[in-house]
Design a protein around this ligand. Structure first.
Ligand SMILES: *Cc1c(COP(=O)(O)O)cnc(C)c1O
Length: 384
């Protein structure tokens, strides 16, 4: 049996990944390029594995959160542009250059300090249009303009981030349109002052799905690339046929009977009312399966059954009730996120049950679990 599937694992459907890339490209305006956001182990899908497939599909722009994530991609041979969306200590300028990574300029002071390192670095300017997180205020025309003349900074792009593009409430939509307008008026003012504009980008997944008419050079797609929305009931203007890429799986390693009055797990929070059959799965919150799904809130699919979680989810294992299920044996596969037969535990639904969003649920799985690929698509080879 394959080592990686002994205990608990992530299964990546590369055919669906490929399908999503093609579907999203069709949804984008002509001339716009897909920038694949592969931060946090590509939302749990494995950054190197995902980026390698994307590279083979012709995707040549990537975004990560940290310099380490960027270096890891380069060391694995990923080609194309890699933009670091977050903060990097300016003393790492040499590495930015060596690994050909593009750094986000998060403020004027930051750009100034980076410039003073004496190493030429490629960069994208982050503009704050209302998120008030990273970026130079959109009104600071002269400060932004100066960045184009810094000796060691090569400005390759300029971008902003929308803070409520997932919402279709009129006030949120008005706010988002305001963000877009502010960004474009800054770009226009730069152009009017003689600057040749670099690549411009605004949208992440929801920006594309809700504001598909925007004309930009890149769309920074994360969650939609992985085939899911953040929340189960989100409504979007575009509704492309996106297919979930990730499944979370584990295996039944032990089946036991507990009698009426006996409890299972920490805190004795589950006490059997009658004789019950319990299956133990070696997966827990240490693998990214949320502890808040304890005590019946979480479910898993085993064969054709939906088995509820009983007791508290532990760091490394959990228990499910299989009293009413027949034919389940040790070694059976359990699906915690994903489809099995006619049933599906979708990432948005599982995330919603645990008071979170798919983005968090998926990226927390990336730390301990091995990733395997499943695809009938033989056009691409699996990187080792
Ligand atoms: C994470 C991130 C994205 C991707 O967002 P999704 O909603 O997953 O598509 C895009 N842009 C920035 C700046 C980000 O931090």
């Amino acid at each position: 049996m394959e080592r990686k599937t002994e205990r608990a694992w992530i299964e990546v459907n590369t055919g669906n990944l490929c399908h999503n890339v093609e579907t999203l490209k069709k949804a984008m305006q002509p001339g716009c390029e897909l920038m694949a956001v592969v931060k946090a182990q590509a939302y749990g899908h494995g950054a190197v594995l995902t980026a390698s497939y994307l590279n083979q599909m012709g995707v040549s722009a990537f975004a990560v959160a940290t310099v380490e994530e960027g270096i890891a991609l380069r060391e694995a041979g990923i080609r194309g542009e890699i933009l670091i969306l977050g903060y990097t200590d300016v003393r790492r300028a040499e590495e930015l250059k060596e690994y050909d990574l593009m750094q986000t300029l998060i403020s004027y002071e930051y750009a100034d300090a980076l410039n003073q390192q004496g190493v030429t670095v490629k960069a994208h300017i982050k503009i704050d249009t209302g998120m008030h997180r990273l970026g130079i205020a959109c009104g600071e025309l002269s400060a932004v303009r100066k960045l184009f003349f810094m000796e060691n900074i090569r400005v390759c792009g300029m971008f902003t981030h929308l803070c409520c593009s997932d919402s279709r409430q009129p006030d949120d939509m008005a706010f988002t349109r305001g963000q877009i307008e502010k960004f474009y008026s800054l770009a226009d003012a730069l152009r009017d002052s003689g600057i040749i504009l670099p690549k411009l980008h605004i949208q992440s997944s929801y920006g594309l799905l809700n504001y598909p008419d925007l004309v930009c050079d890149y769309v920074r797609v994360g969650i939609a690339l992985y085939g899911v929305l953040s929340a189960p009931n989100d409504d979007t203007v575009l509704k492309p046929d996106l297919r979930p890429v990730l499944s979370l799986k584990s295996r039944v390693v032990l089946i036991r009977e507990v009698r009426a009055g006996e409890s299972v797990g920490y805190g004795r929070s589950f006490t059997a009312g009658h004789t019950a059959r319990i299956a133990i799965l070696p997966i827990g919150y240490g693998d990214g399966f949320p502890r808040s799904l304890s005590e019946g809130k979480g479910r898993v699919l085993i064969r054709q059954y939906v088995a509820p979680v009983v007791g508290r989810i532990c760091m490394d294992q959990l228990a499910v009730d299989i009293t009413d299920a027949e034919g389940i044996t040790v070694g059976d596969t359990a699906t915690l996120v994903g489809a099995e037969g006619y049933d599906e535990l979708s990432a948005p639904a599982v995330a919603d049950h645990s008071d979170s969003i798919s983005n968090e649920l998926l990226c927390r799985m990336g730390a301990r679990l091995p990733v395997i690929t499943r695809s009938e698509d033989r056009r691409f080879h699996t990187p080792e």
